[in-house]
Design a protein around this ligand. Structure first.
Ligand code: ZN
Length: 197
């Protein structure tokens, strides 16, 4: 059951080109423990042995096998109510992160779900797996997804699928922003979104 959730999201991330063969990582919270992808696992082909269970706050004998981003996942669970975390490297999102401090979608779905997305800027000491953990977790107290410049996204949800949804929504918005700029079209916001009840 848990494995199938990881497999569905991992395979989709890979086939959509949102992670490379051995990058990206996924986790879910299990109370005081978490289940996270193995370091260097292939998200496009996850098997039972690619999932590692360890503590949210404590190390155990399995900890060394967890993803190199374990520290970020732990910090997110310690500071937010997230039950799942998806970390990916969506190319259009990462491309836009290089010259923006905030991504503001112009398309309807992006504006409804992710009106403004922060881009965190690592210094040289933080530009490594596990870097910027506190800043990422703090940003995710109030947001569904955050971008680390030149690296990728961290999204949260109650389920992996929810965090995956925010990841693909942001990437689609960034792809549209990129296309608009390539066409020389002015990037003007669509009308304010009216939420009907
Ligand atoms: Zn990464």
């Amino acid at each position: 059951m848990i494995l199938s959730q990881f497999q569905t999201v991992g395979r989709d991330l890979f086939t959509r080109g949102l992670v490379s063969s051995h990058s990206g990582n996924l986790s879910i919270r299990l109370g005081e423990r978490l289940c996270i992808t193995h370091r260097q696992s292939m998200l496009g082909n996850l098997q039972q042995q690619d999932l590692v269970e360890t503590g949210v706050n404590r190390n155990d004998r399995c900890t060394p096998w967890a993803s190199t981003e374990l520290f970020v996942h732990r910090t997110i669970y310690q500071k937010t109510s997230a039950q799942a975390v998806v970390h990916a490297h969506p190319p259009y999102t990462v491309a836009l992160s290089f010259n923006q401090t905030e991504i503001v979608p112009t398309d309807m779905e992006g504006r409804l779900l992710l009106p403004r997305v922060r881009v965190l800027i690592p210094d040289s000491a933080d530009f490594k797996p596990g870097g910027l953990a506190e800043q990422i977790a703090d940003a995710l107290k109030e947001a569904r997804i955050v971008v680390v410049r030149g690296h990728g996204t961290f999204a949260t949800g109650q389920l992996l699928e929810e965090a995956y949804h925010y990841t693909t929504t942001l990437e689609e918005s960034c792809r549209l922003l990129y296309l608009l700029r390539s066409l020389g079209s002015p990037v003007v916001p669509t009308p304010p979104v009216q939420i009907t009840k």
